[in-house]
Design a protein around this ligand. Sequence first.
Ligand code: NDP
Length: 239
Amino acid sequence: MSEQGKRLDGRIVLVTGASRGIGAAVAKRFAQEGARLVLTARTTGALEEIDDEIQKITGEPATLVPLDLTDYHAIDRLGAAIFERFGKLDVLIGNAGQLGILSPLAHIDPKVWEAVMAVNVTANWRLIRSMDPLLRTSDAGRGIFVTSTVAREARAYWGAYAVSKAALEMTALIYAAEVEKTAVRVNLINPGATRTAMRAQAFPGEDPETLKTPESITGLFVELAEAACSRNGECLQPD
Ligand code: NDP
């Protein structure tokens, strides 16, 4: 790709859940588009493997920050570290998520419910809380959060996950309303069925080859991350 054709040249981008699946594919695509990446997940080895691939693409290492998103103080420290290093954040991609266990509402283990809410909802609110000043410092701050069809469809047994995504959507939409008069834009992406570990966990009998790849949906993330994007408070699906 020519330098001129890079759509995110020099943009500072934080991707959560970058160790595999959709987050890893977005990280690699954004590297191709010239972004400077800060990547988080719990699994250090997997982040390092993604970084090796990124370095092959760009020659530049990403900044790897292994952390558990339920360690909310670590999110605050990450905000401080990004400020010290870059002085701003151009794009926040709240992608990390957990499915929990599909089961009737009355049978969900409270620990599973709390873990799903902690990662899918509270961590994204804590990210907004920590990164908001950095996004407002950017000339075109962008927030992109990853939701699911079940946020708006009452599907039996999807309780904790569906409730968490409904709450995430409202969190993102309220943030979008609050930044309306600034240069920050905030949107949601509903990726639809995508070939990842989470999808295999939810549908163990399914042939993954019948599903679209995470790489095939990264274009929408690029579009919503670009400084030229004027959408705000929308929920979009890849083509
Ligand atoms: P994966 O399970 O493949 O990836 C999930 C990512 O989240 C991993 O990088 C994982 O990293 C990270 N993560 C999970 N828990 C934590 C935690 N406590 N702290 C830090 N990072 C964490 O899932 P997908 O790529 O499929 O999912 C990405 C997003 O897309 C999710 O929000 C999901 O809900 C959504 N989605 C996916 C669909 C699909 O069909 N695949 C459909 C609709 C929505 P690690 O384990 O290393 O911490």
